[in-house]
Design a protein around this ligand. Sequence first.
Ligand SMILES: [Cu+2]
Length: 127
Amino acid sequence: MAGGIIGGAIIFTSGNPATNNAANAVTGESISNINIDATGNQIIEISAKGGYSPRETLAKAGVPTVIKIRTNNTFDCSSIIRIPSMNYQTALPTTGETSINIPPQQKGTVLNAFCGMGMYRFEIRFD
Ligand SMILES: [Cu+2]
């Protein structure tokens, strides 16, 4: 038997694995953490556990946006989210989903979010 996936690891062949624009090495499909819901909201999914993933998201400017943050047995400080430019801070549930509504952003805006202590972060670029 040649090749295959060992231990279920996904290896990215191109791009920065921290971004939402990486390609799946097996299927070649692009992986995106953005969906548009029935009402036209842009939904951005971020997971929080020992940091945030993906750390960089390229999103659409000018549309109402919801950041959905998923926790799953998250006991570290990434369970506290701060978005200083929006004066936003919240404590996420240990396991669950938290939605943060973001008004339409201007092209070029970069939204930075941090953990409670400021050591983990993620950013969303609106273009
Ligand atoms: Cu922290």
